[in-house]
Design a protein around this ligand. Structure first.
Ligand SMILES: [Zn+2]
Length: 382
């Protein structure tokens, strides 16, 4: 359960998850926030004796507050996405902040969606600075003012940092959105990800020279994110205009919803199949119907956990991305790249699953196409 984080609540249908790394990171943030708190207190000439709570306690409060602020930042991204009709799969709070997992938006909308997060951080910064100024008019404890000021400064820094044009950070997405209309999606992505990689190298060097471990981690994260998007973009371009059925495998079997995952896994392995349609046949008759698909990866992940559910119906992922046989294959890349789904189910005219598109199938086809030089050869369907 912890590989994807523990779901703690849902906001407008979006599961909010806490990642295990947050637990390790929270004390560190509290420590940094405590020293920032002390720094601000001494620059405002507030003596230690005037405080009721030690700086470390304020550091803890600020750290928790910061993760709530990061959640608000991510929710701002998500609400704009929802308004554009984009499905938001989850928000995960982890070590370096928040990650919103959403289906790919039309890149035209992406700039505004990316800008909404930093805007929220600036809003929070402004709000807590305002509260600090108002509080100063009343005989309130000075330490509350210090905490508000620290909170305002940190949120402003989060806003500014996220606006640096280092793709996949928010500023990089804004940059791509702005370039899009002028130079098209492929070149816009190339420019934004190249700037991202360059900035990652700068962050990394600066982090190493200043012994800033967090900055080095961010550099690695940005570099890998930019490279992955570059690869995805060129794959998307290769697949554009090719029907998804060209990449699907029809090595599918059938499984009953109440079968044990182990029995189904053994059958798939024996028959060299990639997945199974899950069929529900009510006891005492009734219509037999397909209720979904399960892949070997879904089964392997659940069985590897030890305490796997007892039936395939319970193992079966609930929202497998779907496509029609003649849909554009480039769209399936995004569904697979999100990491949530192990396959895209390809349907016939109705609700019958005729095949699966997996990352492995796409890689196999691309390797051949690369060697032969062309994907869009007419004729070779299926
Ligand atoms: Zn953001």
């Amino acid at each position: 359960m912890f590989d994807r984080g523990l779901t703690v609540l849902k906001i407008r249908g979006i599961p909010i998850r806490l990642h295990i790394t947050l637990l390790i990171f929270l004390p560190y943030v509290a420590y940094v926030a405590a020293s920032q708190f002390s720094l601000i207190a001494s620059s405002l000439e507030i003596p230690r004796e005037a405080m009721r709570l030690p700086p470390l306690a304020w550091g803890g409060i600020l750290a928790v507050g910061l993760f709530v602020a990061v959640l608000a930042h991510e929710l701002a991204h998500s609400f704009v996405a929802l308004r554009n009709g984009v499905k938001v799969r989850s928000i995960t709070l982890m070590m370096l902040g928040g990650v919103s997992l959403m289906d790919r938006d039309d890149p035209e909308h992406e700039a505004w969606m990316a800008f909404a997060g930093p805007l929220m951080s600036f809003g929070i910064a402004l709000g807590s600075y305002g509260a600090y100024r108002v509080l100063a008019l009343f005989p309130a404890p000075a330490e509350v003012g210090v905490a508000l000021l620290a909170f305002a400064i940190t949120n402003a820094i989060i806003g500014v940092f996220n606006l640096l044009p280092a793709f996949p950070m928010d500023g990089g997405r804004v940059l791509r959105g702005l370039l899009l209309r002028r130079i098209g999606p492929v070149r816009a992505t190339r420019v934004a990800t190249s700037v991202g990689k360059t900035m990652a190298v700068v962050f990394g060097l600066f982090g190493l020279l200043s012994w800033n471990f967090i900055l080095v981690l961010i550099a690695v994260f940005v570099y890998m994110g930019a490279s992955a998007e570059q690869a995805r973009s060129s794959t998307r371009e290769l697949l554009r205009g090719v029907p998804v059925a060209r990449f699907m495998t029809d090595r599918l079997g059938d499984a009953y919803a109440d079968e044990s995952p182990r029995a189904v896994a053994e059958r798939l392995l024996r028959n060299n199949l990639v997945g199974a349609r899950v069929i529900d046949e009510p006891v005492g008759g009734g219509a037999r119907r397909e209720i979904g698909v399960v892949t070997v990866w879904d089964l392997a992940r659940q069985l590897g956990r030890g305490a796997a559910p007892e039936t395939v119906g319970a193992v079966m992922p609930v929202d497998v991305p779907r496509a029609r046989a003649d849909d554009d294959a480039s769209r399936s890349i995004d569904a697979l790249a999100s990491g949530e789904a192990s396959a895209v189910a390809v349907l016939d005219g109705g609700e019958h699953v005729i095949g699966l598109v997996t990352a492995a199938e796409i890689q196999r086809a691309l390797a051949l196409a690369g060697a032969l030089g062309e994907l869009r050869t007419p004729g070779a369907g299926g």
